[in-house]
Design a protein around this ligand. Structure first.
Ligand SMILES: Nc1nc2c(ncn2[C@@H]2O[C@H](COP(=O)(O)OP(=O)(O)OP(=O)(O)O)[C@@H](O)[C@H]2O)c(=O)[nH]1
Ligand SMILES: [Mg+2]
Length: 296
């Protein structure tokens, strides 16, 4: 079955769990693809964000698009399983992303809901927080990731729950700043486009909720002052992918906005080269050798 079959009303059967770099390369060569890398330490909510976006498409059109196909349907299903009531758990949970997934991507093909614009492929990294911790602690680890340089959009995720908790927020801010600095030092400046606060439901019920607005305002001013000269204008979005029951925020709050800015991200020019001193690795060579077709 091919993606074209979905246009005829068929549903693609589950395929791979996730794509390796080589398989992702094939996707980016063959169609208009946005490569998105959500960045954040363990537990910030990366996998939950992705699975909840997928979940929205199971309910119908979302963010001006509808689901057309996925090469990683099984991977989305596996990641969503624990969150479903059917799994029998009292609290929805996302399993920790294993270290072995340090370079895998999930894939979605989305058709424009108006039926006019061409379908879009989107590859979203689901890498474990440990890998980003290693990047934070050593810029060489970031430089060794060929797909970091291929990203059209790097989004930094910030744990809203920690930002809403007085005892945790200074450390959370510090960790985020170190991670941003380290990844920027790897030379990906213009791909860094957004900062996404996760778990906003938990931020609002934390013991520091009454100073949250001021804290976030100062944090954003600081990030803009330090980095926007390199990154260009950054967008800040708060989200609640999977709020706890009783929250006034609905499930998937603001994920439509997240997906829209991901899809709008300008294609990163393939000729965008590695910074001086960074060795090209085999996969990156292969990727650069055959530029994808551009139709937008
Ligand atoms: N209250 C609340 N909890 C959330 C939300 N989003 C995610 N969580 C919880 O946060 C925990 C960690 O989420 P994950 O998506 O596994 O985090 P991750 O960044 O993928 O973590 P690693 O895979 O370990 O790097 C899970 O128990 C989620 O249920 C949210 O919007 N609100
Ligand atoms: Mg994860």
């Amino acid at each position: 079955m091919t993606p074209n079959d979905t246009a005829a009303g068929f549903v693609a059967l589950p395929s791979a769990d996730a794509l390796t770099i080589e398989e992702a390369n094939q996707t980016t060569r063959s169609s208009v693809t946005r490569v998105i890398i959500p960045v954040g330490l363990a537990g910030v909510g990366k996998t939950t964000l992705l699975t909840e976006i997928y979940g929205k498409f199971l309910q119908g059109p979302f963010a001006g698009h509808q689901y057309a196909w996925s090469r990683t349907l099984h991977g989305f299903e596996q990641r969503s399983h624990h969150a479903r009531i059917a799994s029998g758990r009292a609290t929805p949970e996302t399993p920790r992303t294993p270290l072995a997934d340090r370079d895998v991507f999930l894939h979605l093909r989305l058709a424009a809901h108006d039926g006019v614009a061409p379908a879009r492929d989107i590859l979203i990294a689901d890498w474990p927080g440990e890998e980003f911790r290693a990047m934070r602690d050593d810029v060489q680890t970031a430089r060794a990731h060929p797909f970091l340089y291929r990203a059209d959009h790097i989004a930094f995720l910030v744990d809203g729950e920690r930002f809403g908790t007085q005892a945790l927020r200074q450390e959370a801010q510090h960790e985020t700043e170190m991670l941003i600095q380290s990844i920027l030092d790897a030379g990906v400046d213009r791909a860094v486009k957004s900062v996404i606060y996760t778990k906003w439901d938990a931020a609002l019920r934390g013991d520091g909720a009454d100073q949250l607005e001021d804290f976030v305002k100062r944090f954003e001013e600081e990030i803009r002052r330090k980095h926007e000269a390199r990154t260009g204008e950054l967008q800040f979005i708060w989200t609640a992918a999977r709020p706890e029951s009783g929250s006034e925020l609905c499930r998937g709050k603001n994920l439509d906005e997240v997906l829209r800015i991901w899809l709008r991200s300008a294609r990163r020019p393939l000729e965008a080269s590695l910074p001086p001193g960074v060795q090209e690795v085999r996969e990156f060579d292969r990727f650069r050798s055959r530029p994808p077709q551009r139709v937008d």
